[in-house]
Design a binder for this molecule. Structure first.
Ligand SMILES: NC(=O)c1ccc[n+]([C@@H]2O[C@H](COP(=O)([O-])OP(=O)(O)OC[C@H]3O[C@@H](n4cnc5c(N)ncnc54)[C@H](OP(=O)(O)O)[C@@H]3O)[C@@H](O)[C@H]2O)c1
Length: 246
């Protein structure tokens, strides 16, 4: 029996990168999976086609995580169309980077709206559908704990807030049998952070293993947290960062 058979998952930002890898991994382990996207409609449809090819049900929902109404609608649609909700993965993210002085108010607001408020609202809506065995998994960043260079204050602030949210939610939802954890990836080869970018060698040098992760390596940890064996892990920040934080 597949580990996640009979479970329903929603992955925000599942059209590409780490979110797409998570959506596919959960489907391969037996879950039906809804995913959100904001721009990449065709790619979201491709991920759904791959989920369907695994014999699972897939659903792509256009929903900007910066828009609370859209976030709640996505949770409700996933639960209604797929018959409940057991696993929420708050993955949607952006990477604001640049001189501290140049960061503008709307960039601060949008980053916090996607990474923090969107995750909060999604968890609130999702928890109403979950019972014993429910799983909320936030995708944070190794920059939540350690910031190795300038230009990422806004990004690091937002991911640290997600870590605080994770701990609070673990306390709020623990009595209902719902676990809440944050996975903190290090450098992972996606369009957000390509392994062949001009800065990539400097990022590799910050790790213990001297390389980038593949998105599947992040997805594997998420799948474990989604499964039954992870029922005693909650409120945890789990680094999948090649030793960046060592
Ligand atoms: N790559 C890394 O090195 C790294 C390291 C640490 C943490 N992370 C975190 O991992 C997560 C995924 O990153 P990634 O590298 O896979 O990035 P990516 O390749 O840029 O993919 C981002 C995904 O998020 C979606 N998205 C972006 N803004 C959204 C919004 N407002 N509403 C809904 N969906 C939205 C995108 O949808 P569209 O395709 O429709 O735009 C896409 O599916 C992020 O939270 C990121 O901060 C990444």
């Amino acid at each position: 029996m597949a580990e996640l058979a009979g479970r329903v998952a929603l992955v925000t930002g599942g059209s590409r990168g780490i979110g797409a890898a998570i959506a596919l991994r959960l489907a391969r382990e037996g879950a039906d999976v809804a995913l959100t996207y904001v721009r990449s409609k065709a790619r979201a449809s491709e991920v759904v086609a791959e989920i369907t090819a695994c014999g699972r049900r897939g659903l792509a929902i256009e929903a900007d995580s910066a828009d609370p109404t859209a976030v709640v609608r996505a949770v409700e649609q996933a639960a209604a169309d797929l018959g409940g909700l057991d696993v929420l993965v708050n993955n949607a993210g952006i990477y604001p980077y640049g001189p501290f002085d140049a960061v503008e108010l709307d960039e601060i607001d949008r980053t916090l709206a996607i990474h923090v408020r969107g995750a909060f609202i999604a968890a609130q809506a999702a928890a109403r559908h979950m019972g014993e065995g429910g799983r909320i998994i936030n995708i944070g960043s190794c920059f939540a704990d350690r910031v190795p260079y300038a230009g990422v204050s806004l990004y690091a602030m937002s991911k640290s807030a997600l870590t605080g949210l994770t701990k609070g939610l673990a306390r709020d939802l623990g009595p209902m049998g719902i676990t809440v954890n944050v996975v903190q990836p290090g450098s992972t080869d996606t369009e957000m952070n390509p392994a062949d970018s001009p800065d990539a060698d400097a990022e590799r040098a910050l790790t213990a293993v001297g390389r980038y992760a593949g998105a599947d390596e992040i997805a594997g940890t998420v799948a474990h947290l989604a499964g039954a064996e992870a029922g005693f892990i909650t409120g945890a920040s789990i680094a999948v960062d090649g030793g960046f934080a060592a």
